[in-house]
Design a protein around this ligand. Structure first.
Ligand SMILES: C[S@@+](CC[C@H](N)C(=O)[O-])C[C@H]1O[C@@H](n2cnc3c(N)ncnc32)[C@H](O)[C@@H]1O
Length: 247
């Protein structure tokens, strides 16, 4: 995503969600020092611990609230930290943007003496989301952007486990599956501007997708197929934690 151009409304639409936050913080264990790589506006940073934030985009760094530490301007592939500098590391919804994934994973593993927690989407599961019915090309492309979980696990090494993070109906972090049970926000340009998948379709394609969704909401066909999701408390939106503990 071109955050220098389009990231200004990101922090408002992508508020950290409390249940997702709890899952990440539990995975960080008892670590007192944490590096957050690709930290963005600071979502999910455990502010009761010492946090070092790393974020290459000036637009994103500028959106960090005053309660959060200022972020270092660096990339995952070259972390300006010594070996085992922190007790744990986290990277949330960012690994798919790293130009050299393996280099970034090796770096994040290098600087943490304890758990490394990567939150990402499982590309093998993403096609199960109903959005695929409205925008198969966009969604296939989105799944293709996400690294396979096995690749992340191999890049991190150590003892790896993968946890599913259920997406709550009230999810406050506006990534696309967050709206599984309330499709109307997709019709808002500001919501889509905080979802990087839209950057990969033309304005005409985006308009056509939104028109199809709008039509099926108006004529009741979305509700006929998916209306049960409006009250379903959680959903498997393909969100996963890949957690590496050192050997
Ligand atoms: C979708 S945002 C997620 C931000 C935050 N972690 C969150 O959960 O809200 C992805 C972030 O990854 C950052 N990013 C992109 N390439 C990166 C790289 N090579 N190293 C570190 N961060 C990177 C972007 O600048 C952006 O802030």
């Amino acid at each position: 995503m071109d955050y220098e151009a389009g990231g200004a409304g990101y922090a408002r639409i992508r508020q950290p969600d409390p249940t997702i936050e709890a899952a990440i913080w539990a995975a960080l264990g008892s670590a007192r020092t944490v590096v957050n790589v690709g930290a963005g506006a600071g979502s999910y940073e455990p502010l009761d611990r010492d946090v070092i934030a790393v974020e290459p985009s000036a637009t994103m760094r500028a959106q960090r609230p005053p309660t959060h530490p200022a972020a270092i301007d660096a990339t995952a592939e070259r972390l300006p930290l010594s070996d085992d500098a922190v007790e744990a590391a986290m990277a949330t919804i960012t690994v798919h943007q790293w130009p050299d994934l393996e280099a970034g994973l090796a770096e994040i593993r290098r600087v943490a003496s304890g758990p490394v927690v990567i939150m990402t989407f499982d590309p093998g599961h993403l096609p199960t989301f109903w959005f695929n019915d409205y925008a198969p090309e966009l969604w296939t492309h989105e799944a293709g952007r996400m690294p396979k979980l096995e690749r992340i696990a191999a890049g991190l090494g150590g003892t790896v486990r993968i946890e599913t993070v259920p997406v709550p109906l009230t999810c406050t972090d506006g990534f696309m599956p967050a709206f599984y049970g309330r499709p109307e926000p997709f019709l808002q340009r500001e919501v889509r501007a905080a979802q990087s998948a839209w950057n990969f379709v033309s304005p005409e394609e985006e308009a056509a997708i939104i028109h199809r969704l709008d039509q099926s909401l108006s004529d009741g066909s979305w509700d006929a197929r998916y209306g049960h999701l409006r009250t379903q408390p959680t959903f498997d939106g393909s969100l996963r934690l890949v957690i590496s503990e050192p050997e």
